[in-house]
Design a protein around this ligand. Structure first.
Ligand code: GDP
Length: 473
């Protein structure tokens, strides 16, 4: 069997249990047709209600999106009315990127859920650095904000923050702008945004065009909003699958990305009996020596038997046939991690007789901004990690969140080491495959501080990797 790890040839799951709408031009997005050959079938099917909401959303997107007649008409109306008194049928939500690709993808998934919940058309401000990474998710339309749109620019657009500062309850519909900029980006001590409050959402609902800037997975705050809570629960009866389903729906690798991903997989991973992903994110490379990180990684993987020990004496010979192959996929900016691990397992046999093969698709040395090729490599790494059977990621890294969400994996979270030293335990098992929301609201809608999210909101848990963050379980 030349492809031991190939998991799913069942054509029924080609469209991911109904998540992906049929009837698209298959040559334009090969990954949509082939991903089921590379991925394990999701053990949690999308609910019929989620599927009907997605089909409903696609209809609105076709009707009001950039390729429709209604689009120009509505945009002109939004631009020329000082307020929104003209009732518009189509409403829009423009997503604006911030931070690295992982941050961007989790915030985009959250923004898409917000668009579905509020019947808005999602448009994205993809710069050159993101162009060509993903297929168009919405059939017969585009999600890219047209180049000539004046809404590439936020100047002269009123802000949500300013609206909060004036007493919102006094705002009549007539006083509201037709476009509003909402900044939900993480700041450690920023003012409360009360975005999770019904009364603010009711007001925002009256504004035809919203521009949203976020680097966070703010789905938990949508969950905390009574207006949205029931609807989300209906769409996702299994609450921990929100990013999993929305991510698989939205983020299909473009043909260029798919060529790299499928070729790497076919060449190095397909023959493995098991694939172990290791995402090694070093947040402070200057103060954290490679050896300290390597020790942490080894401690975690050996303790939890994700990788076997090296045999010191009487090794089970691994030179014969039929020894199981464990392919280890290392994702890191630095080549040293893949190299060290490869050398370690090349020289000596393992106690279990397993053959360990170590691969690393790229080593960019540092994070680069506004660089398309660099982002392509990041996307390839995230996707390949998501094809693992077992996954180790680094605490607090949104790059890792994307991989475990897409892969339906609960990872082992490596401690976030930022100086020379060690830590015990070196890693902990995550309780959910949902991304962690790093800056949940700190106040109830009446202004009282939330002392404890967990006791106040049943479906939330403190994240394993960010004590001040919350996660849906
Ligand atoms: P986070 O900072 O870990 O939360 O993840 P982000 O994805 O938001 O930002 C980190 C960025 O650094 C990525 O988007 C990549 O550009 C780069 N990067 C970090 N780790 C890796 C890696 O393992 N592989 C690749 N190719 N790029 C990485």
């Amino acid at each position: 069997n030349s492809s031991v790890h190939t998991v799913n040839h069942d054509d029924k799951d080609k469209l991911l249990g109904g998540l992906i709408a049929p009837g698209f031009d298959e040559a334009s997005c090969i990954s949509k047709v082939q991903s089921h050959i590379y991925r394990k079938t999701s053990p949690q099917k999308p609910s019929p209600y989620l599927i009907s909401k997605l089909r409903g959303y696609e209809k609105i997107h076709r009707m009001c999106g950039p390729k429709s007649k209604a689009y120009n008409r509505h945009m002109i109306r939004i631009l020329h009315s000082k307020n929104n008194s003209a009732t518009t049928m189509c409403k829009y939500l423009i997503w604006t990127p911030a931070n690295g690709l992982g941050n961007q993808m989790i915030s985009l998934a959250a923004t898409f859920l917000y668009a579905i919940l509020t019947d808005r058309v999602l448009l994205v401000r993809f710069g050159k650095d993101i162009h060509g990474l993903f297929c168009e998710p919405f059939v017969n339309s585009t999600w890219i904000l047209p180049k000539k749109s004046p809404f590439w620019n936020d100047e002269h657009i009123e802000t949500y923050q300013k609206m909060l500062e004036i007493d919102m309850t006094k705002n009549s519909k007539e006083g509201l702008p037709s476009a509003l900029f909402i900044n939900l980006q993480y700041t450690p001590r920023g003012p409360e945004k009360f975005f999770h409050c019904d009364h603010n959402q009711e007001l925002l609902n009256k504004i035809p065009l919203l521009i949203l800037l976020s680097d966070q997975y703010f789905v938990p705050s949508l969950f905390m909003t009574p207006l949205f809570n029931m609807e989300i629960t209906k769409m996702f009866p299994e609450k921990d699958t929100i990013f999993h389903h929305l991510g698989r729906y939205l983020f299909n690798p473009s043909n260029e990305a798919w060529r790299i991903i499928s070729k790497f997989y076919d060449t190095y991973l397909a023959k493995a009996n098991e694939i172990t992903g290791l995402q090694i994110r070093v947040f402070k490379p200057h103060s954290t020596p490679h050896q300290a990180i390597m020790n942490l990684v080894l401690n975690c993987t050996l303790t939890h038997k994700l990788l076997p020990e090296i045999a010191l004496k009487n090794p089970v010979s691994s030179t014969g046939k039929n020894h199981p192959i464990n392919s280890v996929l290392v994702a890191s900016l630095y080549p040293e991690y893949g190299d060290t691990l490869r050398t370690m397992y090349l020289k000596k046999p393992t106690v279990t007789g397993e053959v360990i093969k170590v691969y690393q698709a790229s080593h960019e040395e540092h994070q680069k901004f506004y660089d398309n090729k660099h982002n392509m490599k990041a996307w390839v790494d995230m996707y390949l990690l998501s094809l693992s059977d077992k996954l180790v990621t680094t605490s607090q890294s949104t790059f890792g969140y994307v991989a475990n969400g897409l892969g339906h994996l609960r990872p082992w979270l490596l401690y976030r080491l930022v100086k020379n030293g060690t830590h015990f335990p070196s890693c902990v098992r995550d309780v959910s495959m949902e991304p962690c929301f790093h800056n949940p609201p700190k106040h109830f809608c009446n202004g009282k501080p939330i002392e404890n999210h967990i006791s106040s909101f049943l479906y939330l848990r403190e994240c394993q990797d960010v004590p001040w963050g919350v996660q849906i379980v």
